[in-house]
Design a protein around this ligand. Structure first.
Ligand code: AMP
Ligand code: MG
Length: 500
């Protein structure tokens, strides 16, 4: 597996201190597997800050030693590479065996905040779960995932992270030959709703129980001592995912493939394929070329959240109560409660976006009316919220200009200002709080495309600049205006592709 003695020497000096609990505890949910070597790897991007957070040596990793590991040419000490098994509902249809077809878990480590994190290579070659695929990834999708994951992180939204992106020096074949690349991904874990489905569909009760026990201990230890631990576990996952989807909705994020294999038990966003941020507010927005029915459209995401959680609940029935009817009743009550939990998270998020510090029964109407006015006025989602704070300071023009015609918006603004006064929120405090939650910089689709196109031609400068801008999404900086605006209007609808 090692390419050269250089790589081996280098490898010897990188310490990960792996502690591989998944491999130890969950026999049957993975297959050991080695990465395929890369012919002439090059580092594209390395995340120093994340390496430090993980307790790793950034200098050592951002060198030949790290490159050998990130390209699959060297296996660090203590790593037990494995491909995880999972099933999943894809666009509503059940696939009993998916699994890591192009990813490998190198191992787990305990980070500087005592959190257990998975270190995974994505795009490192075929695995026992590759089916017809090549197990590889191309530079575009790898950099896209790097960028959007890091943007989500700086927005404060739970997400897997990107530690490194490398090119392999080998070609991958999609519509044409593309530069092969590997992403090193970091996650609280890679356990998905689909991991539970994988065990359940095989009828292996003990294995599903072991998986649940493992996930509880790793992600929701407080549920172990609950009166009904497995029900509490389900509700903890439901709450985490509901909070997550609410965060997506408040920034206009469309995941694009909310299949059950792409929903984590930890509540982190995972698998940035055809995802994108919405420009003008239109609830039916779909970017993914494969989502022809709009199943995963922006406004459908909360309903899909419940649908996916119901699939998880189905795998837990026998652990919730020995009386099946009673277990189903309890889990049904919990799944039916998901939308209310989601709405609470969403409403709190939206309240903050319009500067409301206290709750009022009228808030839902006020927020929904703004969204309606935005839809009707074809206004940019991100900019409306950001520019609202200026209106508080008496400068209404920047936000008004975002609407096709601002009459209905002006009426709404008067209601909103009255509501803020009732709450005793000063313009200063309101505006400051709003700017802290409403980003000025999001990964605008045309900017992402521009960065990826340049990277494909060997120029990483636009990518680096975009990454730098997105590192501080709430701090408006002079000179970065080009990163704030939606793409100039064209006849063509923006489309994203899965990149597989
Ligand atoms: P995703 O679109 O990343 O959610 O992947 C869906 C499923 O397809 C997962 O089981 C992946 O491992 C698998 N897959 C995607 N791309 C490839 C590929 N190039 N080679 C093998 N398996 C793949
Ligand atoms: Mg996936």
């Amino acid at each position: 597996m090692l390419k050269s003695t250089d790589a081996m020497d280098a490898n010897n000096s990188v310490q990960f201190n792996f502690d591989n609990s998944f491999a130890r505890s969950l026999e049957g949910f993975f297959k050991p597997c080695q990465p395929e070597p890369s012919s002439s790897p090059k580092m594209l991007q390395f995340n120093h800050a994340l390496a430090k957070e993980l307790g790793l040596d950034p200098v050592m990793l951002d060198s030949e030693a790290g490159l050998a590991i990130f390209s699959g040419n060297a296996i660090p000490e203590g790593s037990e590479p494995l491909a995880q098994a999972y099933a999943g509902h894809q666009f509503g249809g059940f696939a009993p065996q998916l699994g890591d077809g192009r990813a490998l878990l190198l191992g787990e480590l305990i980070d500087t905040r005592q959190q257990r994190r998975d270190i995974q290579l994505k795009g490192s070659g075929r695995t026992p779960f590759s089916r017809g695929g090549d197990g590889k990834a191309a530079i575009g999708p790898v950099l896209r995932e790097y960028l959007v994951a890091e943007a989500m992180h700086t927005l404060g939204i739970p997400t897997t992270r990107a530690l490194a992106a490398v090119t392999t020096g080998d070609e991958v074949y999609r519509h044409s030959a593309l530069a092969g690349a590997i992403l090193t991904r970091v996650a609280a874990s890679h356990i998905r709703v689909g991991t539970f489905q994988y065990g359940a569909t095989r009828g292996d009760v003990d294995k599903v129980r072991a998986l649940a026990d493992y996930a509880m201990a790793r992600h929701y230890p407080e549920t172990i001592s609950a009166e009904n631990p497995y029900l509490a576990f389900f509700e903890a996952v439901a709450n985490a995912q509901a909070a997550l989807v609410a965060r997506w909705m408040t920034v206009g994020f469309i995941h694009g493939v909310m299949n059950t294999d792409n929903m984590t038990i930890s509540g982190e966003t995972i698998d940035y394929g055809p995802c994108a941020f919405m420009d003008r507010y239109a609830p039916g927005t779909v970017f993914s070329s494969i989502d022809r029915q709009g199943r995963y459209a922006y406004a459908n995401q909360p309903a899909i959240l419940s649908w996916n959680l119901t699939r998880l609940a189905e795998t837990l029935i026998r652990f919730v109560d020995s009386d099946q009817d009673k277990a189903i009743k309890l889990l049904t009550e919990s799944t039916e409660g998901v939308q209310a939990i989601y709405e609470t998270h969403w409403l709190n998020g939206m309240r903050a976006k319009i500067g409301l510090l206290k709750e009022d029964p009228q808030d839902l109407d006020l927020i929904n009316d703004l969204l309606w006015v935005m839809e009707d006025g074809k206004a940019d989602f991100t900019l409306v919220f950001r520019r609202l704070s200026q209106a508080l300071h008496g400068d209404s023009a920047p936000v008004q200009q975002l609407f096709n015609q601002s009459g209905a918006f002006d009426v709404w603004t008067r209601r909103w200002k009255k509501r803020l006064e009732q709450n005793g929120v000063t313009a200063e405090a309101g505006a400051q709080a709003m700017d802290g939650v409403n980003p000025i910089y999001i990964p605008r689709n045309h900017k992402v495309e521009e960065a990826l196109t340049a990277a494909n031609q060997g120029d990483m400068a636009p990518f680096s600049k975009l990454l730098e801008v997105l590192a501080h999404p709430f701090d408006e900086i002079k000179g970065n205006e080009a990163y704030t605006t939606p793409a100039p209007a064209t006849d063509r609808r923006y489309q994203t592709f899965c990149g597989t």
